[in-house]
Ligand binder design. Sequence first.
Ligand code: UDP
Length: 349
Amino acid sequence: MRIATVIGNRPQFVKAAAVSHRLRERAEEVLVHTGQHYDDALSRVFFDELELPRPEHRLELGGGSNTSQTARMLSALEPLLAAERADAVLVYGDTNSTLAGALAGAQAGIPVAHVEAGMRSYDRTMPEELNRVLADHASSLLLCSSQAAAETLRAERVAGEVAVVGDVMVDVFELLAPRADQATLARLGVEPGGYLLATAHRAGNVDDPKRLAALVELLHALPGPVVLPLHPRTRARVREAALSLDGVIVAPPLGYLEFAALLLGARRVLTDSGGVQKEAYLAGVPCITLRATTEWRETVQAGWNTLVDLDAPAALAALTREPPPDRPPLYGDGRAGERVVDALLRMVA
Ligand code: UDP
């Protein structure tokens, strides 16, 4: 049994960490890194910290528009999947690598399994939303983080089999949060419970100069200290627009264990990241989401996440909102990785 896993960026390295080792105990895995994220801070550090196997193939296909990047990935994956004689393709999340892996597999008649299937923000202007929907409809096995995601897929009448396995990021967070690098806080000059943590890198927030200016204004309006591990895309846009981040504690993109420590110690998290919304919930830190919609709707319904878009007064109001006393396990029990492997091997058996 040979499974080709296609990954390419930071959140996918985290997700694959819950599955790859387990999968390799029971099947052959061919790990394909598309190179969507090629920066060491977004890629190599995760392979080291999360002990991910070295990729069998590195495609170095980063850069360019979404369309051209996806097209280049498709062209590279077609011969690769044929040469590797893969029995199945495994993809994660909602990136260009997800869509390219799913489509290349489906076009070659190879069954595709999609982890984190069925998430929807219902905002089709987000490239990630298109990737999610299209990958789901190209997949034979749709592995869902929550019951609601499975219901969404059934309502959309997807062709593949739907299974709720829980969320693989829960597995990784539960395993690694106890090893979080506590020295990170002192390095950045902040104390537990005494700062806000912010991340931002969605195209819709940073590529549009007006929205980028509103984002920076919002960060300045927050009662400090604010720690901002800055994504390279955002750093480049801020520099191009000559905006100032003076007064914000700007850090480079952090490793998983450094970021986990900052998350666990934060008073509140402000983010446009999908994974960080979910991890904030796991860490028990109220999240303020810098978007108008989210695919992680359960966290909003549970009262732990507030959508404010880039509205500074709404963000300030959300900071004063106390979270509810309970935090039910929305995304499984931390054993999603083994269920992914079971379901995948059942599919190809
Ligand atoms: N993350 C990290 N270092 C950082 C920022 C984020 O390790 O400086 C991790 C975070 O813990 C989560 C993942 O990266 O596991 C989220 O990735 P990202 O925000 O890039 O992508 P998204 O989830 O929005 O697709």
